[in-house]
Design a protein around this ligand. Structure first.
Ligand code: NAP
Length: 308
């Protein structure tokens, strides 16, 4: 089968750190173009300032990977689907739930593949954690995602704006893992969102969820963490404690630990290729729904102004 000719749209941090190397490492894809308002692009690859310009004057493509901030994702995805192109959406899949639903319906109509990628679900410990938990009684779950925003998101103004999600930008990764590994669905019970006086999005959040059978799930998100960073999920069960650390890379079970090299984006691109080959879409908005519910239902607290 011919390689899928792909353009990367939004040449920022994640495009350069992960998408370009993963495309280069997967023979099912060929990078034929990049799109970004200011980025100089990749040597030897056609570069455009806008998706409109690529679609009007660029080389033939089969697919795009959308690595822009979420606030502009819908219109770009809709434009690509309108041309029959397959679309890989970085997480979160949009700025609102309804626009993602609209994209899913559009993809179904055109027959193109729409893939809402959740990279943390491809962390090495996630599939074995899911398998281990499948038969257990879950007693409680604790999620602690504490990182230093100055280290991980320097100068990203969009992340503080409406639709940028603030601390839920990393927090949604934790929810993408929890919704994947826990055998039962869960929903929000209460939340407190702490938003700096000079920003539109929260810098920290405390959340309580529970499953339909009553399992308590707590989540502690904080972007003001200096020193050691935490991306940990601890699940207490009737057979002992499961710990997923480093964002899903390290799995510790009562019988021992395992750790593997980061292959999240290699896994995402393998899944995208399989979906395109099979003519299917994959759009799971569950993590995004839980975040939207936190904004809908949470108590707002104003905290000290924050400057980068
Ligand atoms: P970023 O560094 O700010 O990059 C976003 C890029 O999008 C910018 O370089 C900007 O290009 C480009 N852009 C903005 N509007 C555009 C448009 N209309 N058309 C084409 N390009 C446009 O952000 P990021 O960290 O890479 O994050 C992007 C997305 O990936 C977010 O949804 C984020 O949640 C997700 N993500 C990020 C990480 C991470 O570690 N950073 C990890 C996983 C997922 P110019 O610079 O050319 O203006």
């Amino acid at each position: 089968m011919a390689a899928i000719r792909i353009a990367v749209v939004g040449m920022g941090k994640i495009a350069r750190d992960q998408h370009l190397p993963s495309i280069a490492g997967n023979t099912e894809f060929e990078l034929v173009a990049s799109v970004s308002p200011r980025d100089p692009g990749v040597e030897g690859v056609a570069n455009f300032k806008s998706l409109e310009a690529l679609l009007a004057d660029g080389p033939a493509i089969d697919a795009i990977a959308l690595c822009t901030p979420p606030q502009v994702r819908y219109s770009l995805a809709a434009m690509a689907l309108d041309k029959g192109l397959h679309v890989f959406l970085e997480k979160p899949p949009g700025a609102t739930l309804a626009e993602v639903d609209a994209l899913e319906a559009q993809a179904a109509q055109t027959g193109a593949t729409l893939f809402a990628g959740w990279h943390s679900r491809f962390a090495a410990g996630v599939a074995p954690a899911k398998a281990w938990l499948a038969d257990r009684r879950i007693d409680r779950v604790s999620i602690v995602w504490r990182e230093d925003v100055r280290v991980w998101h320097p100068g990203q103004a969009w992340i503080w704006e409406p639709g940028g999600l603030g601390v839920f930008d990393p927090g949604i990764n934790a929810l993408s893992i929890a919704t994947e590994i826990l055998p039962e669905p869960f929903f929000l019970a209460s939340a407190t969102l702490s938003t700096p006086a000079n920003r539109a999005a929260p810098i920290a959040a405390d959340l309580a969820f529970r499953s339909a059978s009553g399992t308590p799930i707590t989540m502690d998100l904080d972007w003001r963490q200096t020193g050691p960073q935490s991306w940990d999920i601890v699940v207490d069960t009737d057979a002992g404690t499961l710990r997923l650390a480093r964002g899903g890379a390290v799995l510790t079970l009562p019988e021992g630990s395992s750790e593997h090299d980061d292959a999240e984006y290699a896994g995402l691109y393998a899944r995208f290729a399989a979906l395109v080959r099979d003519g299917r879409s994959e759009v799971d908005t569950t993590p995004f729904t839980l975040v939207a519910d936190a904004f809908l239902r949470g108590t707002r607290v104003s905290v000290a102004a924050f400057d980068d």
